[in-house]
Design a protein around this ligand. Structure first.
Ligand code: FAD
Length: 563
């Protein structure tokens, strides 16, 4: 085992592994340290268009064809059928009421569908994290990363010339010196402990508990509630959200028939159940019993690992970077799975750190102080922004009309960012604020929205009057108007939003483009831009297919990324 390297990365989720590989491709000497071993179960599975754009940019810039392939469901299935995933055409929401089956009231159903892609071929995917993370680790090794699993790091000491790590692997103590340390340990909180970084959770709003597993035999909503008016895609091939009085449930179906599902419960919601949280399976059953349609979907499903419970899934630190160190977003902060921000945010950080090392590669070989401050400032503002958007959505769950309006804030921010990035790609895009941060219009909206919602709900789940709800929806429509390139918040749509290129064309000026310029860019929006020429890129990559994983062990014990 070598005793020194330029960059040490702690944690080999996709973020740590992919960053390790990119900096290795850039010529850095990298050690990637993991306390567990791949393949391993992990949660955090549903990707989004912004995540895929990051993945495409990383693939194109650093010559990593597999990243480009994994950024669209069609290319993924064609080129990496061995890596499991699920088709995700959009975001599906249903509002359920205790003791009542979900009611199909035609176009007046409490149902919202927002397409994220125009067809299956270029759609997003749910990542089977055991496969995807394993793939990225193997690719990192192939790129020259020194990967050490089953490693316990017991100390990290920072000095003027680097960081010194001590730990244990295979029964032996080791020392490793590094010039720079990246914490990609997720909620493992490696560096927070080593540097005694205080928590910043008290300044955040969102609070939720989690009860979850992977399941076989989950029934489809389209089968359980037949005859719902046709949406822009089949309801179940999406990130499905079931909103309930006590919080919400995610249900992500993989192409192999397995479904990842979990309930996020507010503190008040959790307290309304009598099951003891030491018995998550009983809590799961009690929730199902309260909601007949969800029970029909999950009642006969088989959990593939014991149903697990976490009393509080949020974490937040007061620092994200410093001299000779930086954290990946999931090590720094996590809010909630609502709106699937985690993968996109993590990949954006991979881009940012990679660019920092890229520009330092010929000289200092370390990111400079200014870059690290910029990185920390970005993560801080973005963590706040995600928290505000999600906290607003939890308030809005009081009434489906409020929720659909609040959701428009998220969809306006991401569709505007997606269109801008696809139509005017440039390297600086990685530093653009996530979820409207830094945007003069979108930046302040989440806080304003949360305040208005709290006025309506009294922070106690009040549903407000018809006029309150109409007022909020009118406010939201006009607040997002100058960023609304996707035809959102349109009552004529009756909550069923396809990808609407006509709306995009009509609103070309919002993107600073003429109609003709936008027309010329449409192939990029439709995923019809010519693929990059990977063979010409300088890359140390020699990718092989992942070895057949030992699937049985995936479902034994706690997920490595959430304990
Ligand atoms: C319930 C839930 C649902 C989610 N759903 C979504 C979703 O649908 N879409 C989305 O985009 N995001 C989602 N997320 C967020 C997503 O999980 C994270 O963004 C993502 O996992 C971050 O990946 P990562 O590689 O940074 O870290 P992780 O996946 O957390 O990986 C961290 C790695 O570090 C290792 N490690 C930890 N401590 C140490 C240590 N001391 N030494 C060495 N190694 C260590 C772990 O074993 C693990 O391999 C969800 C999160 C939760 C909690």
């Amino acid at each position: 085992m070598k005793q020194s390297c330029e960059i040490a990365i702690v944690g080999s989720g996709f973020a740590g592994s992919l960053l390790a590989r990119v900096v290795a491709v850039l010529g850095y000497d990298v050690v990637l340290l993991e306390r567990g071993a791949h393949p391993r179960f992990a949660i955090g599975e549903s990707s989004t268009p912004l995540a895929n754009l990051s993945l495409e940019r990383i693939g194109t810039r650093y010559g990593l064809k597999d990243c480009y392939d994994l950024a669209a469901h069609g290319r993924w299935v064609r080129n990496h059928p061995d890596i499991q995933r699920g088709l995700k055409r959009g975001f599906t929401y249903y509002r359920h009421h205790a003791g009542q089956p979900f009611s199909d009231r035609g176009l007046d159903s409490e149902r919202l569908l927002v397409a994220a892609s125009p067809d299956d071929a270029i759609s997003d995917s749910h990542w089977v994290r055991s496969d995807v993370d394993h793939h990225f680790v193997r690719a990192a090794i192939t790129a020259g990363v020194d990967y050490r699993d089953r490693t316990e790091i017991t100390g990290a000491e920072f000095g003027s010339d680097g960081v010194s790590l001590v730990g244990r692997r295979a029964g032996e103590d080791f020392n490793l010196g590094a010039n720079f340390l990246i914490d990609a340990s997720g909620p493992g909180g490696f560096l927070a402990r080593q540097l005694s970084i205080p928590s910043g959770l008290d300044k955040t709003y969102t609070r939720s508990a989690l009860v979850y597993s992977h399941f076989a035999g989950v029934r489809l909503m389209n089968d359980l509630v037949p005859g719902m008016p046709q949406g822009p895609y089949p309801d179940d091939w999406a990130a499905v959200h079931h909103i309930i009085d006590e919080g919400w449930m995610y249900s992500l179906r993989f192409d192999n028939g397995v479904t990842s599902a979990g309930f996020l419960l507010t503190p008040r919601g959790l307290a309304s159940f009598s099951s003891r949280t030491e018995d998550p399976a009983a809590l799961w059953r009690e929730i199902l019993t309260r909601y007949p349609t969800i029970e029909s979907a999950f009642g006969d499903a088989t959990p593939l690992m014991p149903i697990a419970f976490h009393p509080l899934i949020q974490h937040r630190l007061t620092r994200a970077a410093g001299e000779r160190w930086a954290m990946m977003p999931h090590a720094y902060a996590f809010v909630d799975p609502l709106f699937s921000t985690g993968i996109a945010w993590g990949l954006r950080a991979v881009e940012r750190l990679a660019l920092m090392f890229e520009s330092a590669a010929d000289a200092a070989r370390l990111p400079d102080r200014r870059d690290l401050e910029r990185y920390e400032t970005a993560l801080t503002a973005e963590a706040d922004q995600i928290d505000l958007v999600v906290a607003g959505a939890y308030e809005a769950m009081a009434h489906f009309d409020l929720f659909t309006s609040q959701a428009m804030l998220y969809f306006a921010a991401v569709s505007f960012a997606e269109a801008s990035q696809r139509l005017s790609p440039d390297a600086g895009v990685a530093w653009k604020g996530f979820l409207g941060v830094g945007d003069r219009v979108l930046g302040p909206l989440p806080r304003e929205s949360l305040n208005i919602l709290r006025g309506i709900t009294k922070s106690e789940g009040a549903t407000g009057s018809d006029a309150d709800r109409r007022g909020f929806s009118d406010w939201m429509r006009s607040a997002i108007d100058s960023r609304n390139v996707a035809g959102l918040a349109d009552p004529a749509r009756r909550n069923l939003y396809p990808v609407d290129f006509d709306a995009l064309l009509e609103r070309h000026q919002l993107l600073g483009m003429t109609r003709d310029e936008l027309l010329a860019g449409l192939p990029a929006m439709r995923g019809m831009a010519p693929p990059p020429a990977f063979s010409n890129r300088p890359s140390r990559m020699r990718l092989g297919l992942a070895a057949e994983a030992d699937k049985a062990k995936l479902y034994s014990g706690e997920p490595d990324n959430y304990s």
